[in-house]
Design a protein around this ligand. Structure first.
Ligand code: FES
Length: 129
């Protein structure tokens, strides 16, 4: 197996289109990682959040689960989950959307029903301050 130095790996991760957050070309959520254990989102809620969205407005969906403004980012990832970033999205229509609260959806930022599984329903929720 060929080894890649950390300098080369860092350069690859900083390459255009490789920044934190967002989606890869296949449409999957891109979650940045560092050399240690990859950051994992916490379950913020065991059900989705119904929210009214405006067409053309950009929103930042919390992907780490630490935000106190669920389902939107409040910047908590900077200290609670370094290396993670919100998913920015811009709806094309006004209306109600069900945004994922468990942070395990395969169709971020939208709920896909993953929260109904035992992995989410049995997970602890973050403690309130
Ligand atoms: S709340 Fe996450 S998949 Fe439904």
């Amino acid at each position: 197996m060929r080894r890649v130095s950390s300098a080369v790996l860092g350069a690859l991760l900083r390459a255009p289109g490789r920044g934190p957050g967002g989606r890869d070309p296949s449409g999957a959520l891109r979650v940045p990682f560092s050399a240690g254990t990859p950051p994992q989102p916490v379950v913020a809620a065991k059900e989705p959040f119904p929210v009214e969205l405006k067409a053309g407005k950009t929103y930042g969906w919390c992907s780490c689960g630490h935000s106190k403004r669920q389902p939107f980012c409040d910047g908590s990832h900077k200290t609670a989950a370094p290396g993670m970033a919100p998913l920015r999205f811009t709806p094309q229509e006004d209306g109600t959307a069900w945004l994922c609260g468990c942070k395990r959806t395969q169709n971020p930022p939208y709920c896909d029903g993953t929260h109904q599984g035992q992995a989410v329903q049995g997970a602890p929720l973050p403690t309130q301050p």
